[in-house]
Design a protein around this ligand. Structure first.
Ligand code: SF4
Length: 328
């Protein structure tokens, strides 16, 4: 039975987006740290935030994970996990030089973009990587072929692009961008470079596009859309932008329910709720409880896709788990 069926109607309602929250890549990355802690014991070092979510990072820290910025902070010979966003090849080299046991939790959909970058660079293409400057995923992908890749940070970055041969140019993208903004960037690139090639398959991942799609559906009916997610989570920030573009009168990003300002809800009849791909659903449930206490008891879940994708754990971890099970 849904909350809507058990509580009286107040005229205030919540449209709850589905899909929302954890994607397959985040689920795998978090599980990788949890399983590594069980198998090798604490501490386990993790280079960068395993996924961009404050709550997830704090929870794993409490279990014995130590988050570092660079390999140099990891004691020689210790275990280090690389985050879901991916790393440049030099990071593996550094880990090797320090005799670290490296476990790679890069999302397979990010790895796919790395493979595309390597392949086009080997064929001597100029690669236009659409993404946000400074984002870990972009740094990792660009590191695969720095001499061939230039970053295009949205439609306004198009004019700065220079290529060696306009017949041999391809675009790739970060996995967590706004679908619409990326299409606009590509259209502008194509008007300057008509022979620009597209990636063999979409780089923006299924989770990013599904979460944006459902937000677009609910936003026109919403006075306010609340996105649960952290500020450094690209896909969460995009959800707020997509909601506003699609007609929500206001949109806010919060890490936790207590950050919701009552003033945002003043006069609101319909509140949309969703969450980024690195957000555990318990944080969304906290938001629903918070809203219910303010009269928003009528919750309708709007589903535009059902996601079933899962990824298996990194090979290096699975191998050690298997060996440990055989010894037990
Ligand atoms: S958002 Fe997409 S690319 Fe990023 S971890 Fe999730 S599935 Fe992978």
């Amino acid at each position: 039975m849904t909350q809507a069926e058990t509580t009286p109607r107040t005229g205030k309602r919540v449209l709850l987006a589905k899909p929302r929250g954890y994607c397959a890549g985040v689920d795998r990355a978090v599980q990788t740290v949890e399983e590594a802690l069980k198998l090798y014991g604490a501490p386990i070092y993790v280079r960068k935030q395993i996924v961009h979510n404050k709550h997830v990072v704090r929870t794993l820290e409490a279990q014995g994970a130590i988050f570092v910025e660079e390999n140099e902070e990891v004691p020689e010979g210790a275990t280090v996990i690389f985050s879901a966003h991916g790393v440049a090849p030099e990071v593996y080299e550094q880990a090797k030089a320090r005799s670290l046991k490296a476990i790679d939790a890069t999302c397979p959909l990010v790895t796919k973009v790395h493979q595309e970058a390597k392949r086009f660079a080997a064929e001597d293409y100029d690669i236009l990587l659409i993404g946000h400057e400074g984002h870990e995923e972009v740094i990792g992908t660009a590191g695969e072929a720095p001499a061939h890749i230039q970053l295009v940070d949205g439609p306004d970055g198009v004019d700065k692009v220079t290529v060696r041969d306009p017949n041999k140019v391809v675009w790739l993208s970060q996995t967590t961008l706004s679908v619409d903004e990326t299409l606009e960037t590509v259209a502008r690139l194509k008007s300057r470079l008509p022979l620009l090639q597209s990636p063999p398959s979409d780089d923006i991942c299924y989770a990013t596009s599904n979460r944006q799609h459902v937000v677009k559906e609910i936003a026109p009916e919403c006075d306010v859309v609340i996105v649960v997610g952290s500020r450094n989570s690209s896909n969460s920030v995009r959800l707020v932008e997509v909601a506003l573009d699609a007609g929500a009168r206001a949109g806010y990003l919060v890490d936790f329910a207590h950050e919701i300002d009552d003033a945002w809800l003043t006069g609101a009849g319909t509140v949309g709720v969703t969450s980024g791909a690195s957000v555990p659903d318990e944080l969304v449930q906290d938001v629903l409880t918070h809203l219910a206490a303010r009269g928003f008891t009528d919750v309708e879940e709007i589903t535009t896709a059902n996601e079933r994708l899962t990824f298996s754990l990194p090979q290096e971890l699975k191998r050690d788990m298997k060996a440990a099970a055989a010894r037990a």
